[in-house]
Design a protein around this ligand. Structure first.
Ligand SMILES: Cc1cc2nc3c(=O)[nH]c(=O)nc-3n(C[C@H](O)[C@H](O)[C@H](O)COP(=O)(O)OP(=O)(O)OC[C@H]3O[C@@H](n4cnc5c(N)ncnc54)[C@H](O)[C@@H]3O)c2cc1C
Length: 486
């Protein structure tokens, strides 16, 4: 039985991001992916939000994505556009980029990092014991791993086998999504609950429209697309040549726990919701970035097992918030005069700065705040990508995180801190920064004398010139001062 430190079930965006994070931390990891090859006709996410672009920038690969996508103000709430160009981020925009391209770029990166991916085989079950997990594959073979992570999508076999509850809300609406051709050209744009526009990269037309029935046996037929068009526009425009037809619903659920022993869940395996607002892929990628460095330390025995519980504690509330905002958006975009009245009021409210900033920061992921206690506003929030002056010249903060290693930035007198017992794990950098410290929504904050940045780019500790709490924070996040033997 082949042995691995970590086996990831599912090589979608979440699984690949997690594999990259583990590989950067020098943890031996393997992906098992059910499909033999990516399906180019499977239209899903249309882009990346600002915080996802930032986390890719933290790893030095954002340029690959920026080169293929189109930077736009794509954020919205219930189809009401939200501009974030005044946000204090280098990436104060979203990136229009089809999921198939995002997955291809992630796959290339993961391959460069040397992660083996077994395609065309699925995980069918597992059994965990005190020292590891036996992972059963569809070809009758099995793998042994210290940890198994289910990144296997909404119908996750890992979640079901682990017996993790998946409470939430049943579907109230079903949408069909189809690429078609039409004899008469329709007006492109939004319709109540959906829209009609050009399909990616071609002459064809994409139709996304709500359906009368929630339950369906198979994929949408041409007849059903025609009926949905007639319900929306009074004509089917002579629709023909249907391709890549699929359905999605507003089934909205979240795993009760993101961890059961040596088994963890991330991405759609942990949360499902309708695609309004474009949150799913983005949330999954960021789950992976929260989990990767923690799991790496537990596997390497440099960090305590309790780190894995902080993954649930931090990411479950973020997922719950995403569920709430998508349900609100379904209500807002539903057909009918009452919903239109609500949309009109929301549109007016969102022309005001304060509500716009609040919702835009939520939708772009720039407002994420992990509860790491009281203190400076930076605590638990994303570290801004400042231009620092260091002994090695000018450095952007994000470049210090390229190898997913934590960093203690000292803005005070050089030599203020002695972190020798953690020097093998944490970078200590004396830095100068003369500019303003500004956070999305919160605004300008006091310049700290020092900050401890976790590998995921969130601030674990803020110093005021002395170091109370620093050793405790270093121990909590990066293990005890004494390395364990071996
Ligand atoms: C119409 C539509 C539009 C969307 N638009 C957006 C958007 O604009 N922005 C956004 O952020 N999100 C969007 N989403 C959501 C996004 O597509 C998902 O959230 C995202 O794909 C989740 O990534 P994942 O890796 O967690 O899961 P998945 O992408 O579902 O990947 C899971 C992988 O696991 C594999 N797998 C499954 N079972 C097994 C098994 N037992 N063993 C091995 N492998 C297995 C599957 O083959 C798959 O490759 C949209 C979704 C839909 C349907």
């Amino acid at each position: 039985m082949a042995g691995h430190a970590v086996v990831i079930a599912g090589g979608g965006p979440t699984g690949m991001m997690l594999a990259a994070e583990l590989a950067l931390a020098k943890v031996e990891v393997a992906i098992v992916e059910r499909s033999a090859a990516p399906d180019p006709d499977r239209a899903r996410a249309g882009g990346l939000h600002a915080r996802t672009i930032e986390v890719l920038d933290q790893r030095g690969v954002a340029d690959r994505f920026l080169a293929e996508g189109k930077a736009l103000q794509i954020q919205g709430f219930g189809r009401i556009p939200l501009d974030i160009s005044d946000f204090p981020s280098r990436h104060n925009y979203g990136l229009a980029l089809p999921q198939i391209q995002t997955e291809r770029l992630l796959a290339t990166w993961v391959q460069e990092l040397g992660v083996p991916t077994t395609r065309g085989r699925e995980v069918t079950g597992f059994a965990q014991d005190g020292t590891g997990v036996d992972v059963a594959l569809s070809d009758g073979t099995s793998l042994r791993a210290d940890y198994l992570v289910g990144c296997d999508g909404g119908r996750s076999v890992i979640r079901k086998t682990a017996g993790i509850e998946f409470p939430g809300w049943d579907a109230s609406t079903s949408w069909l999504m189809a690429d078609v051709e039409m004899v008469d050209k329709p007006k492109f744009g939004l319709r109540p609950g959906g829209g009609i526009g050009p399909a990616e990269g071609g002459e064809r037309i994409r139709v996304v429209l709500p359906e009368r029935q929630v339950e369906h046996a198979g994929e949408p037929t041409l007849q059903e697309v025609s009926e949905a068009l007639i319900a929306a526009d009074g004509t089917d425009y002579g629709v023909h040549s249907l391709s890549s037809a699929s359905r999605f619903t507003d089934n909205t659920r979240q795993a009760a726990s993101y961890r059961k022993g040596r088994v963890l869940l991330a991405g759609d395996a942990a949360h499902v919701h309708p695609p309004l607002g474009g949150q799913g892929l983005n949330t999954g990628v960021q789950d992976a970035v929260n989990l990767g460095w923690k799991l790496a330390q537990v596997v390497k025995k440099t960090g305590p097992q309790s780190l894995l519980d902080t993954y649930h504690d931090e990411r479950h509330p973020v997922g719950a918030q995403v569920l709430q905002t998508t349900m609100a958006q379904v209500a807002l975009t539903s057909p009918g005069d009452r919903h239109q009245a609500l949309r009109d009021i929301m549109s007016e409210l969102l022309t005001m700065d304060e509500p716009r900033k609040r919702l835009a920061a939520m939708m772009s992921g720039l407002d994420i705040h992990y509860d790491l206690g009281q203190g400076h506003p930076l605590l638990g929030r994303r570290m801004p990508d400042l231009d620092l002056v260091t002994a090695n010249g000018l450095r952007r903060v994000f470049t210090l995180l390229h190898y997913a290693r934590p960093a203690l930035l000292n803005f005070g007198k050089p030599g203020t801190f002695d972190i020798t017992p953690w020097a093998d794990r944490v970078q200590l950098i004396d830095a100068e920064y003369a500019g303003v410290w500004e956070l999305p929504v919160i605004g300008v904050v006091d310049a700290p004398a020092a900050v401890l940045i976790r590998p995921d780019g969130y601030v674990a500790w803020v110093g005021n010139g002395t170091d109370p709490g620093l050793r405790e924070s270093l121990t909590t996040w990066f293990g005890s001062a004494m390395r364990p033997p071996g």
